[in-house]
Design a protein around this ligand. Structure first.
Ligand SMILES: Cc1cc2nc3c(=O)[nH]c(=O)nc-3n(C[C@H](O)[C@H](O)[C@H](O)COP(=O)(O)OP(=O)(O)OC[C@H]3O[C@@H](n4cnc5c(N)ncnc54)[C@H](O)[C@@H]3O)c2cc1C
Ligand SMILES: NC(=O)c1ccc[n+]([C@@H]2O[C@H](COP(=O)([O-])OP(=O)(O)OC[C@H]3O[C@@H](n4cnc5c(N)ncnc54)[C@H](O)[C@@H]3O)[C@@H](O)[C@H]2O)c1
Length: 458
């Protein structure tokens, strides 16, 4: 850590998730402070998107073996070597985080601070023993797992997404509290690798923010594969004895588990940054409010990613914010807004779920004449190859203008199949232009997309 009592910087960045991508060659003559109390790279690299998908793929392989019989291919799933999978994942990721930090520390114009920062005045920050000032401040401090109120929770061992992927061993039994993306992906991972998984879901279905019929379908698919999904169920109290955690349920009865995963959402780190001292207005969840250019209401202070309000908790959104802020710092007289016209999202489970734009119900509230196309994978040639009987795509469109307003897919490769629809929505192509104006290779799975568009009624 630099020794100067109160150093001054051209730019201070709080957080090295997407925030770390901001300094570039054009800032070589700026003095920059990067403040990161944890490992470099943030949530996505170290405990989010990237490791989780590496585990997801291993689980997919486990599922492929166990479901091979339907193709006339015989194999036996003999279990997963959890330590080997874990070490492969983090053996790749940890050096990237360490390398990223070493690179920044080597740069002559950058000082790295490793204690959390908080405001003590306008563009004045306290990190560890240092108080520093900066002409420009970028708040990129993200979120942390939210711990729901459960009696006794602080007295039992529990995991969050921060720690679950680094377990010593694959648990025999896992209970997951939550029904969102983290819960669904981790349930898939542990079930796919051989744990017995129970999910306690407060709402009526998994993925409550997705199209309800897709959330219902995922809930059903999870149950079919043996995951015990208990909807409308909340854990009231937790105790532990002999390494076993017992949960008392609001539906009556109790449930024992070897490992408990809390996946009940995330909360902003803004509450730990004394935003008011920096003159930064935040919402009730301590997320700094930003304008279209990602400026907060404090002169020279910007905010991005999961921390900023409104939040989306997606890496591609945080990256788009960072890119815009990078431009705006360098070109304050010609600021740009992040390029985020249609934000796709995908949940990497088996089956995958992917969506963009409006839910059908939302679209119906716009007052437009809404038409909906739906197509089963089973109705396409590649769907036959997959022996698929349950996957489908749904497109929500304006019946008059033929604009695509939303698309929702559940099934193999949903995250990839979605992309032509994101492109179409972004570039204003109509249902018919996309369905009939391009050639779709036969019999690729993309025919699901072509055909769902052909199913959109007049
Ligand atoms: C398990 C999991 C899986 C995910 N999978 C996906 C996915 O598949 N696709 C996707 O798009 N998104 C996914 N996400 C979401 C994605 O990880 C986040 O949207 C993204 O990482 C947000 O980036 P960020 O830069 O805003 O914040 P972060 O990456 O969280 O970075 C914030 C950084 O700020 C630091 N910090 C905290 N407090 C302070 C402080 N006071 N001072 C200075 N620094 C501070 C933190 O240590 C951290 O390094 C996933 C999230 C989780 C938890
Ligand atoms: N593939 C992806 O893009 C991906 C994967 C994982 C996470 N993420 C991002 O990370 C964020 C966090 O994920 P998450 O799954 O933790 O959050 P989430 O907001 O998606 O889901 C939270 C779940 O917890 C439940 N819940 C909330 N409070 C509860 C309580 N008190 N008791 C019981 N249940 C409760 C909610 O009903 C919901 O089912 C998401 O917003 C998502 O954008 C993205």
């Amino acid at each position: 850590m630099p020794s100067t009592a109160q150093p001054h910087y051209d730019l201070a960045i709080l957080g090295t998730g997407s925030g770390n991508s901001i300094p570039n060659e054009a800032m070589e003559d700026w003095r920059i402070a990067i403040i990161e109390p944890d490992v470099f790279g943030g949530t996505c690299l170290n405990r989010g998107c990237i490791p989780s998908k590496m585990f997801v793929h291993a689980a997919d392989v486990g599922r492929t073996i166990r479901t091979a019989d339907r193709f006339g291919v015989h194999g036996t799933f003999e279990g997963a070597d959890w330590p080997a999978i874990r070490d492969r994942v983090f053996g790749r990721i940890d050096p990237i985080a360490a390398g990223g930090e070493a690179y920044r520390r080597e740069l002559p114009n950058i000082d790295v601070y490793d204690h959390p920062a908080r405001f003590v005045g306008e563009r004045t920050l306290r990190t560890g023993d240092t108080t520093l000032t900066a002409d420009r401040v970028v708040l990129a401090a993200g979120t942390r797992p939210f711990v729901p109120t459960i009696d006794g929770i602080d007295d039992v061992d529990f995991h969050t997404s921060d720690s679950i992927m680094r377990l010593d061993a694959l648990p025999d039994r896992l209970v997951v509290i939550g029904g969102g993306a983290v819960a669904a992906e981790m349930a898939h991972v542990f079930d796919g690798l051989g744990s017995s998984v129970t999910m306690l879901v407060r709402g009526p279905r998994l993925l409550g923010e997705e199209e309800p019929e897709i959330g219902d379908a995922l809930t059903e698919r999870f149950r079919e594969r043996g995951i015990d999904v208990r909807t409308a169920t909340v854990a009231k109290a937790a105790t532990s004895s002999g390494g076993v955690v017992s949960l008392e349920l609001d539906t009556g009865g109790s449930l024992d588990t070897d490992v408990l995963l809390l996946a009940a959402g995330r909360r902003s780190n803004g509450d730990r940054m004394d935003l008011p001292a920096g003159g930064v207005t935040a919402d009730a969840q301590h997320r700094p409010l930003v304008d279209e250019y990602m400026r907060t209401d404090a002169e020279g202070v910007w905010a991005l990613g999961d921390l900023a309000a409104p939040h989306h908790d997606l890496k591609h959104v945080a990256n788009a914010h960072a890119k815009a802020i990078q431009h705006n710092l360098l070109h304050p007289d010609a600021p740009i807004a992040p390029t985020l016209p249609n934000q796709p999202r995908a949940t990497f489970t088996d089956p995958e779920v992917a969506s963009v734009g409006m839910l059908e119900e939302e679209a119906r509230h716009t007052g437009r004449r809404i038409v909906v196309g739906r197509r089963d994978y089973a109705g396409t040639a590649y769907g036959w190859a997959l022996e698929d009987t349950t996957s489908f795509a749904k497109v929500v469109a304006d019946g008059d203008t033929r604009e695509i307003l939303g698309a929702h897919i559940i099934g193999p490769m949903a995250s990839i199949l979605l992309q032509p629809l994101v492109q179409a929505m972004t570039f204003g192509q109509t249902v018919e232009q996309v369905a009939t104006g391009v050639v779709w290779p036969h019999p690729a799975l993309t025919e699901v997309v072509e055909q769902v568009l052909l199913e959109v009624p007049a």
